[in-house]
Design a protein around this ligand. Structure first.
Ligand code: PCD
Ligand SMILES: [Cu+]
Length: 806
């Protein structure tokens, strides 16, 4: 071949492989308004479905009268629980092993619960008819406080399971109790705490919040009665799992169900679960034989689809007088709302909360979690955190600060002192996880040097003195947070969802002219998979990323996978991609050996070609090999060049980071200015540094939202107080500071390319950094802990309680 022999470096650059700041290929369509979302799907004859929802937090349904609604021109059907009962679809299984009412049966258990499904010609007619469905309710006392759920005379919420004393995760202690889950050495931990030099104790509440993606949840269900095929386009973060569940509950054979996730406008865990809207749309399509669209509005999204957090964590942390942590104990009261629809791997009802020993070498620990029912919406999703990891990380990061205060130690110093050291990896924690790799001291050290931590503390001391002299009304706070995430669920031996092992997959086809298509079991919601997975492959198989199409989200074409959430795509599907690429390369090597008439072992791989060792002029490029695969009869080899890999990771990956936040709190107004936010992330091998930076910006912005304002609160009778964007805080560019990002690289030893997840990390680290900063601003005035969100009102109240307001 007569090429101009570019250098190895030039050839590698052309591939735009690992480490390249490749521009996102998706953005050509997103920035031109050419994305294709669920609501863009318009099928001939399509009808629209809309819900009648409960105005009450807890009430008995005495009767439902559909007559007036049915009389509206354009209304085709009004479904209630009674219509679903003959199909056995009035309840559906949840991801957590509970059941959830698809349409309320005799009782409503939370405000916004689905009561009836109106099917009409269009969205407007449906909305009119929704108002005309007459439901006669008898209001019942509601529980809005998890601490009262197991009171002796607490109202009974779940009449449907009141006599079931065993739940999906073992015995229930009370009719409003869901499960108890405990890990660690209870006795020795309690003993160590009793005998400790110093113990810090606190109740840390992580308030209920909502992921609130730009696009709400929705679907279009289309039953083709002639061919017996049900197709559902929907905002699904796990399309294959949805197909399996849909088959199990409808009895339609799985090969006759096709689930398609088109473009998704943000997921953030909100689109992992199964909602009544999907079931009702499918049933309505099966009954009417025409396609049905259901798309939530913003208020429906905020009040009825999956919330996150709502964890009350009572902790004790013990240490020696010189600041060596000896034990950690945590009892969690988990508010799961009216149905247990928490999205976690099946064996982990509290997710990976037992990562709560954080980044520290804590010899003894014990965790016990009780889940309870309340009159709130069901859910319990990640919201940019792998299965309760942000709760765990927030808990330990607050506890460490509180302990530091008690010991009169600097928050950074106590962290340094207790870190799991570099030479301890792989490290097994007291609560059972095996951390794959880390270098925490280097990361925190780099962070402290970059922000001039010592200088900041000196400035803070000067500010405190000036405040006391009455020269300023602002207090400076410095928040230090260090986190370890656990992402990439996960090893099939311990992670499954309803029995489906959490592996993932990639299937690659190389076309004769040397371009390729790769299909994966995951689904991007904005992360940029089409860009980054092509980069992994480019480096593995020497085909430029621009010549590789990445396709996800269609169960008829993609190999089976468990979807995208919990930052698992890179650790699991990314690994599958590399492994499938290696299979391609192995076959390519055999083809090259045949073409070059040498033994396979005499060949070496060089960026985009196999060359004869010691004689690089003698080579075959990947493009030449691809063509030969389709054009020559090679003895002993099948034609074609394809590979598939199903990857079961040997372990999770453990990304980590050091974050430092500087705030100025105005004690008279409670307004907190974010002066500076520095985030150092270590996600192992970096595939696309520009995408990583975007991921970190996005995650930090969500952490700002949570720490500084978001809350889905309920009043005593069960009204949701944060049901619109007037009350629910969504930061805009105005509130969002300029983020400073940085990194170190500690590869995962078990991942084929050493990459760890990163999408969720910034939320996990960010929330603690903000909250620690606000708490730190008042620390010298005696504050140990104040609850999130740190909105102006709460911060002002804190200042007032401490006697700082005139
Ligand atoms: N080392 C590394 C890692 C990573 N990467 C990149 O980055 C991204 C991300 O990744 P990850 O971490 O693996 O993750 P994923 O799986 O893919 O995803 C998931 C996540 O992602 C995040 N991010 C985001 N973005 C956007 N745009 N959108 C969205 O929605 C979202 N979401 C969020 C969340 S929430 Mo969950 O669901 O709660 O659980 S989880 C989550 C992608 O693209 C990748 O490729 C790179 O480059 N490198
Ligand atoms: Cu305990």
């Amino acid at each position: 071949m007569n090429d101009q022999t570019p250098t190895t470096v030039e050839r590698a650059e052309k591939l735009q492989g690992l480490g390249c700041k490749r521009k996102r290929v998706e953005d050509a369509r997103f920035t031109q308004g050419k994305g294709h979302y669920v609501d863009d799907i318009k099928l001939p004859g399509m009808l629209f479905g809309d819900f009648v929802r409960s105005p009450y937090g807890h009430a008995r349904i005495k009767s439902i009268n559909k007559d007036a609604a049915m009389a509206v021109p354009g209304v085709v059907a009004v479904l209630t629980a009674d219509d679903l009962k003959p199909l056995n679809l009035h309840y559906m299984p949840t991801l957590a092993g509970d059941v959830q009412a698809v349409l309320a049966d005799e009782k409503v258990l939370f405000q916004g619960q689905e009561v009836a499904f109106v099917v009409a010609e269009n969205r407007y007619v449906a909305a009119d008819a929704v108002d005309l469905v007459e439901v006669d309710y008898e209001q019942l006392p509601a529980i809005n406080n998890a601490f009262k759920a197991m009171d002796e005379n607490a109202p009974l919420l779940r009449e449907d399971i009141k006599d079931k004393m065993d739940g999906a995760h073992g015995p229930r202690k009370h009719y409003n109790h869901i499960f108890n889950w405990s890990v660690g050495d209870r006795e020795d931990t309690h003993k160590a705490i009793e005998g400790a030099d110093v113990v810090a104790e606190e109740l840390i509440t992580y308030q209920r919040v909502h992921p609130c993606p730009l696009e709400t949840c929705g679907c279009v269900a289309s039953m083709d009665k002639v061919n017996g095929k049900l197709t559902i386009w929907g905002t699904f973060q796990a399309p294959h799992a949805v197909r399996t569940v849909a088959s199990l509950i409808t009895n339609i054979p799985e090969h006759n169900i096709r689930i398609i996730s088109p473009d998704i406008g943000g997921g953030f865990g909100n689109k992992v679960g199964v909602y009544p809207g999907y079931i009702c749309a499918a049933v309505a399509s099966i009954v009417t034989g025409v396609p049905i669209k259901w798309v939530e509005d913003r208020m429906e999204n905020l009040t009825s689809t999956a919330f996150a957090r709502d964890y009350h964590m009572s902790g004790k942390i013990a240490a020696t007088r010189d600041g060596r942590i000896t034990a950690l104990d945590c009892h969690v009261l988990a508010d799961h709302g009216a149905f247990d629809a928490c999205a976690d791997p099946t064996k982990f009802p509290a997710g990976f909360f037992n990562i709560c020993t954080g980044s520290y070498d804590i010899p003894l620990a014990h965790v016990s979690v009780d889940g309870v029912y309340t009159n709130k919406a069901p859910g319990g999703v990640a919201y940019r955190c792998s299965f309760r990891v942000t709760e765990a990380s927030y808990f330990i990061e607050r506890m460490i600060d509180i302990l530091a205060r008690k010991l009169d130690m600097d928050p950074a110093e106590i962290r340094m002192k207790n870190f799991i050291r570099k030479d301890q990896f792989p490290y097994t924690s007291a609560l059972g996880w095996e951390y794959d790799s880390g270098d925490y001291e280097t990361a925190l050290d780099k962070a402290m040097k970059t922000v001039d931590y010592a200088g900041l503390r000196a400035e803070q001391n000067a500010n405190r003195e000036a405040f006391d002299r009455g020269e300023t009304r602002k207090l400076m706070g410095i928040g230090v947070a260090f986190f370890t995430e656990i992402v990439g669920a996960g090893p099939v031996k311990n992670c499954d969802i309803l029995g489906l092992g959490m592996f993932d997959s990639c299937e690659i086809r190389i076309h004769p002219t040397g371009s390729a298509i790769a299909r994966l079991g995951t689904i991007s919601q904005g992360q940029g998979h089409a860009t980054t997975f092509a980069q992994i492959l480019a480096s593995e198989i020497g085909i430029p990323a621009d010549q590789i199409t990445v396709e996800e989200g269609d169960t008829d074409t993609a190999p089976y996978g468990l979807g995208t959430y919990g930052s698992r795509s890179t650790p699991v599907a990314g690994a599958a991609t590399a492994m499938a690429g290696r299979k391609i390369r192995a076959k390519a090597q055999m083809i090259a050996a045949y073409l070059l008439e040498v033994h396979e072992d005499d060949l070496e791989w060089d960026v985009d070609r196999f060359q004869v060792k010691g004689n690089p002029e003698q080579h075959k490029t990947m493009a030449e090999i691809a063509f030969a695969a389709y054009n020559q009869a090679i003895p002993g080899l099948e034609p074609g060049l394809e590979a598939v890999s199903y990857y079961d990771p040997p372990n999770m990956t453990y990304p980590f980071g050091a974050y430092i936040c500087v705030v100025d709190v105005d004690v008279d107004t409670g307004v907190t200015d974010i002066r500076r936010f520095y985030a150092l992330d270590d996600c192992g091998t970096r595939i696309n540094p520009m995408i990583i930076e975007g991921q970190v910006h996005g995650g930090l912005t969500e952490s700002l939202a949570i720490a500084m304002g978001q809350e889905i609160a309920y009043d005593e009778i069960g009204n949701v107080k944060g049901s619109s964007l007037l009350d629910f805080f969504l930061p805009t560019a105005v509130e969002t500071p300029a983020w400073e990002t940085d990194y170190t690289v500690t590869p995962s030893p078990h991942h084929p390319i050493g990459a760890k997840g990163v999408g969720e990390s910034p939320n996990v680290g960010g929330v603690s950094a903000f909250s620690n900063a606000v708490n730190d601003a008042f620390a010298h005035k005696g504050l140990t802990h104040t609850q999130m969100p740190h909105d102006h009102w709460r911060v002002w109240k804190t200042a007032e309680k401490l006697g700082l307001n005139g």
